[in-house]
Design a protein around this ligand. Structure first.
Ligand SMILES: C[S@@+](CC[C@H](N)C(=O)[O-])C[C@H]1O[C@@H](n2cnc3c(N)ncnc32)[C@H](O)[C@@H]1O
Length: 387
């Protein structure tokens, strides 16, 4: 946040007020803002939120939390009630789903709270959230004055901070990794089983170097080292991911074996094994956090495949981890993927598959149930064609 960051303005008792506007999604400050307190009902708040009026809360913090929970229940009810014509294609269903998710997020972001420059929330019964704010926003800049933020976003920071503190259990490592705010979390860990089980290319026994492209928490780099790879270069192009990867590598005491580097995909040189788990849905991300899942026009996938052969040692393998959800949603075909692989001068040496175990794949009320329940995540073992 800087001096020229956007400001939010509102009127209270006929007087104009303003503050800095904080939004991780880059959403502009809401144009219509009213000050509300505990006297507002959940129905009224939900109605105002749906018509785009933001509500700046000036009462007990815990009551604001309860109001947000009540608004969330109304949002979920609305989603469940939405009737979808049965003749919709999977692609149409996906776009409707994204649209209603965006509307839901916009409405739920309409409940706002003030936060001081030192990250103290000046509301009755507000807990100390400063550690979570520091982890997500950096050290406070006391010269900036007070800000306003959506309560939902603030509670999201707190949830993320809990994950960071407690870590995510990774059975394959018999340990936890600690995702930072905004970094892809290996919570749905079935793809890790694939990396644990795939046969290592024999050339690793003489050239024990692997690249982990788009490392996130560094979980794949850690797994490769556990499998006996001597050195890994782990890259990412996101500052938060790089800091997170370094943190996890240090926690495992593996800084000598895993080098974390800022790069657009590949580092210099060649390796015997190159792993990559790119975002798997070719569509636009609505928030920066979604960029780990959504990759418009499969940009990262295409760039990884087209650069892979030039970075593999003779006899080396590229391991592409990719869910086929996009195929079930009508956003990419298997033939397109096969063509991308072949056009990059690569050949498929083998494939390991796993089905998702997460609850969403079993939720029949989800509008994307048909696609989610058919999803398979694969580890594609790729070699250089003709070598
Ligand atoms: C789906 S996440 C996978 C993270 C981790 N490898 C894992 O499996 O848990 C994709 C990662 O790729 C990174 N990424 C996206 N585009 C990239 C690029 N051009 N170069 C390097 N990393 C990139 C993102 O920042 C994100 O951390």
């Amino acid at each position: 946040m800087t001096d020229d960051s956007p400001r939010i303005t509102w009127l209270a008792a006929g007087q104009a007020f303003s503050a800095n506007w904080r939004s991780a999604t880059g959403a502009p400050p809401p144009g219509r803002v009213i000050v509300v307190d505990d006297t507002i009902t959940a129905d009224r708040a939900w109605h105002l939120a749906c018509e785009g009026t933001a509500m700046l809360w000036h009462a007990d913090f815990q009551n604001a939390r309860q109001l947000l929970a009540a608004m969330t229940r109304r949002a979920d009810r609305k989603l469940r009630k939405a009737k979808v014509a049965p003749q919709r294609t999977p692609q149409e269903l996906f776009h409707l789903h994204r649209q209603s998710q965006a509307q839901r997020a916009r409405a739920l972001a309409m409940l706002l709270v003030p936060i001081n420059a030192d990250y103290r929330v000046p509301l009755h019964r507000a807990p100390d959230l400063s550690a979570a704010c520091r982890a997500a926003w950096g050290l406070p800049d006391l010269s900036l004055g007070p800000s306003v933020v959506s309560l939902r976003e603030l509670l999201g920071l707190v949830g993320a901070h809990e994950w960071r503190k407690n870590g995510v259990d990774i059975p394959a490592l018999d340990a936890t990794v600690h995702p930072h705010y905004g970094v892809f979390s290996p919570l749905r860990g079935e793809y890790l089983d694939l990396v644990e089980d795939a046969p290592l290319p024999p050339v690793l026994s003489t050239h024990s170097l692997a690249f982990d492209i788009g490392t996130g928490t560094a979980v794949l780099a850690l797994l490769l080292v556990q499998r006996g790879v001597s050195h890994v270069i782990a890259t990412d192009n996101d500052e938060r991911a790089l800091a997170c990867a370094r943190d996890n590598v240090a926690r495992f005491g593996l800084a000598e074996r895993i080098a974390v580097r800022a790069a657009d995909l590949f580092p210099e040189g060649r390796a015997a094994l190159i792993v990559c788990n790119p975002p798997w849905v070719p569509a636009r991300a609505s928030t920066p956090i979604e960029r780990a899942v959504y990759d418009p026009e499969s940009q990262m996938l295409r760039a990884f495949l087209s650069g892979l052969a030039a970075h593999l040692l003779p006899g080396g393998e590229g391991w592409l981890i990719l869910s086929d959800l996009a195929e079930h949603l009508g956003l990419r075909t298997r033939a397109e993927l096969a063509a991308l692989i072949a056009d990059a001068g690569l050949t498929v040496l083998g494939r390991l598959d796993v089905r998702p175990r997460h609850g969403k794949a079993l939720d029949r009320s989800d509008s994307l149930y048909a696609a989610r329940s058919a999803e398979v995540t694969s580890l594609w073992r790729l070699g250089v064609a003709g070598s």
